[in-house]
Design a binder for this molecule. Structure first.
Ligand code: GTP
Ligand code: MG
Length: 273
């Protein structure tokens, strides 16, 4: 009996976890992992074929964590290969390229694919998600700003980090937060602690701000059809004002969105008899 004690203590302190990387092809998933594990950057694009697998050991507080990393190929061609690797993950790195809007817009479909493949196992509250806004070193080609990325991530209870696999910016901080959250979750009985990334605003508020930013004209911004009546415009305006009023909404970008909605309403009402 005596001899088992240290072993049991060791077992309690060591942890084995599985993490996966997701995101469009060429956004930098493999480079982010390589930068962390091998401390180097490869400028040449070497597409991941199906899945790359690696193991690393990390220390979080008094625990040794053995991390199994499944680095997925982003190209749609490899869907059949990667779909079986979603199950039993404790952590997901969701990566997009800040210079490619499509790769940011695709995050929703990556979550969709994951949910679909996990089927009845799809309990997203038992998984730590980290969003990596990658390639921030290429400042001139940036099209998705920090506010937009952070809003998308935090409204879903996900962490958000700005990273560059090229310069190393944000990489260690991101992985430290990732592994520490996974450890917290395991110690919390497999439930992601809510308080930690509690955003203080709703997904509806975040999605509305995003929709407003991307709207093509004032009608679209208020969510009414071109040619709508004064009454319809005012009704839509009131709904948005309640949702986004700066006194009530702390989501990043809410103030600008609120002002844009006020301006849209004013300009539409000017032209409606
Ligand atoms: P798939 O395996 O096809 O899904 O792509 P991936 O997401 O793993 O992309 P990968 O890591 O292979 O990187 C794609 C290209 O982007 C490579 O040419 C990298 O050198 C480059 N790259 C990755 N991260 C960065 C970064 O932070 N900054 C810059 N400037 N280039 C990067
Ligand atoms: Mg890759």
């Amino acid at each position: 009996m005596e001899t088992n004690t240290p072993k049991r203590r060791d077992n309690k302190k060591s942890l084995r976890v599985k993490v996966i990387s997701l995101g469009n092809a060429e956004v930098g998933k493999s480079c982010i992992i390589k930068r962390y594990c091998e401390k180097r950057f490869v400028p040449k694009y070497l597409a991941t074929i199906g899945i790359d697998y690696g193991v690393t050991k990390v220390q979080v507080r008094d625990r040794e964590i053995k991390v199994n990393i499944f680095d997925m190929a982003g190209h749609p061609f490899f869907y059949e290969v990667r779909n079986e690797f979603y199950k039993d993950s404790q952590g997901v790195l969701l990566v997009y390229d800040v210079g490619l809007r499509d790769s940011f817009d695709a995050l929703d479909s990556w979550l969709g694919e994951m949910k679909q493949e996990m089927g009845s196992q799809a309990n997203m509250d038992s998984i730590v998600f980290i969003v990596c806004a990658n390639k921030v070193d290429l400042t001139k080609r940036r099209v998705v700003d920090e506010g937009e990325g952070r809003l998308w991530a935090e409204s879903r209870g996900f962490h958000y980090f700005e990273t560059s696999a090229q310069s190393g910016e944000g990489i260690n901080e991101m992985f430290q937060a990732f592994f520490s959250s996974i450890t917290d979750m395991c110690e919390n009985g497999g439930k992601r602690p809510v308080s930690e990334v509690s955003a203080g605003f709703t997904k509806e508020q975040a999605d509305t701000i995003r929709r407003i930013r991307n709207s093509k004209d004032s009608w679209d911004m208020l969510g009414v059809k071109p040619g709508a009546t004064r009454e319809e415009v005012n009704k839509a305006y009131r709904k948005l004002a309640v949702l986004l009023h700066p006194d009530k909404c702390v989501a990043p970008g809410s103030e600008d969105a609120f002002k844009a909605v006020v301006n849209a309403r004013t300009s539409l009402l000017k032209n409606i008899k």
